[in-house]
Design a protein around this ligand. Structure first.
Ligand code: FAD
Ligand code: NAD
Length: 401
């Protein structure tokens, strides 16, 4: 047909909401909309710390794309994006090529290693469903093996979490819930297990509300987490991490959460990027490309109040998807004026394990159970936006206490 081709790369927060919005609008009739994703399922990146620790089954974080989108309106292609050939308006996939008239890049992020030696070889990342299954299985295996050894190697029970940003703190919080279960399962005394959170900056959660940071640290310390702040990791080795003061912290399990960069497909395709992220125009298009939108963790937008980039979040990815879908629809209809993206940051809430969390919502500070309830409501709200009440009932967090 001579309908324009819209191709969406990545079925994460940005890609899924863009596709769902187009499906609801006339754009799905006036254009051929194709969604490309590595897997035939969508998963919730913001929940991955839970299956990583083993406090949630990984299937709870994922859902079949065919059950959420109407695949009679959206073409779905399961394949891996290898390269974007912008000059030829083509996308190279693992097994085929696709032509596009309009492209949406929503491929998410990968761990930032800062070129630190050994990270790729010896550390785990909280990045996708399979990477977190590996973490969970690895930790289980350490406990199982330790229980069977005559000569005990305590580094098998030391878990190092590199970086105490939100991902590191949320993950170590889940571990404080999981470790007592593992100790019980494998008859291991709790005091044998060490959970160490290593942070380069002078504080945990640098930049976040100080009172809430203190609340989080006190809580996690009372649950057995040891913090090493002001202590950049210089190298990861097979037997642990080398700290900035040249001491070795022996550990068989290093989980790397020192921040993220945009999907490498972006840089490998020749786009100008900062930490793999394309600094987009106000209408979310890549500079110099009238036909390419970039959303989510592959995009970079500046906070005009601070003149610094916004941290990449699902909150922003979801909001960008609404603007992106509106702008695609406008282009299909031949309109020249596009919507400007204005992020509306509602706040930040981070879980600490169990019924504990911290957060700032608007001007309100929350901690403890009220923050935890808020966090679950935020998680359910996304499911509601994507698939209405039925998806909330199926995949939501419905136990509040
Ligand atoms: P994603 O949602 O990550 O999706 C990317 C998609 O692209 C995936 O489906 C992936 O399979 C697919 N893909 C990747 N590469 C390829 C390829 N080559 N070919 C085909 N498909 C590919 N943000 C918040 O706002 N609130 C939170 O509470 C929060 N908690 C977080 C907790 C954790 C543990 C982590 C890791 C992050 C958290 N974030 C949170 C950040 C948030 O998850 C990201 O900002 C968000 O996922 C970005 O959305 P996205 O659409 O860009 O990518
Ligand atoms: P981050 O950049 O927020 O934190 C990374 C931390 O690692 C920083 O504190 C940094 O100082 C530290 N670090 C860097 N190099 C180090 C080194 N060599 N050794 C030790 N520590 C080092 O990254 P993140 O926590 O991975 O989060 C990624 C994105 O996802 C962020 O934008 C974050 O806001 C978002 N996120 C949000 C939530 C939430 O809202 N609940 C949860 C998780 C992630």
């Amino acid at each position: 047909s001579n309908k324009p081709n819209i191709v969406i790369l990545g079925a994460g927060y940005g890609g899924m909401i863009t596709a769902a919005r187009l499906q609801k609008s006339t754009a799905s009739k006036d254009a051929n909309v194709t969604l490309v994703n590595k897997n035939d399922y969508h998963y919730q990146t913001t929940w991955l710390h839970e299956p990583a620790a083993g406090t949630m089954h990984h299937d709870k974080t994922r859902m079949d794309i065919s059950k959420v989108l109407d695949l009679s309106k959206i073409n779905f292609v399961q394949d891996t994006v290898v390269e974007i050939k912008a000059e030829e308006k083509k996308v190279v996939l693992g097994t085929m090529e696709l032509d596009y008239d309009y492209l949406v890049i929503g491929l998410g992020a990968v761990p930032e290693t800062f070129g630190i030696p050994g990270v790729k070889e010896h550390a785990f990342g909280i990045t996708n469903v399979d990477s977190v299954r590996q973490i969970k299985d690895h930790i289980d295996y350490q406990f199982a093996t330790y229980s069977q050894m005559d000569e005990k190697h305590d580094e098998m029970l030391t878990i190092v979490v590199a970086g105490a940003g939100f991902t590191g703190v949320e993950f170590v919080g889940e571990l404080t819930e999981r470790v007592p279960e593992l100790c019980k399962e494998y008859d291991i005394p709790r005091e044998k297990v060490k959970l160490v959170s290593v942070e380069a900056a002078p504080t945990v959660l640098p930049g976040f509300d100080e009172e809430l940071v203190e609340y989080a640290m006190n809580l996690l310390e009372s649950r057995g987490v040891e913090f090493k702040i002001n202590m950049p990791i210089k190298e990861v080795r097979a037997d642990g991490v080398l700290l900035n003061d040249d001491t070795m912290l022996k550990s068989n399990t290093v989980v790397w959460t020192t921040g993220v960069r945009g999907n490498p497909v972006v840089e490998n395709s020749g786009f100008e990027a900062m930490r793999g992220r394309i600094k987009v125009e106000k209408d979310l298009r890549a500079p110099g490309y009238e036909d390419i939108f970039v959303i989510g963790d592959c995009s970079l937008i500046i906070n005009e109040e601070t003149e610094r980039p916004f941290p990449p979040t699902a909150q922003i990815a979801i909001q960008q998807a609404y603007t992106c879908a509106n702008n695609l629809k406008a282009l299909i209809e031949g309109k020249k004026e596009l919507e400007v993206f204005n992020p509306e940051i509602k706040g930040t809430v981070a879980s600490l394990g169990g019924n504990e969390a911290i957060g700032v919502v608007g001007s309100r500070k929350l901690y403890g159970n009220s923050a935890s309830v808020m966090k679950k409501m935020i998680d359910n709200r996304y499911l509601y936006l994507l698939g209405g009440v039925p998806l909330v009932m199926k995949k939501g967090k419905l136990k509040f206490y």
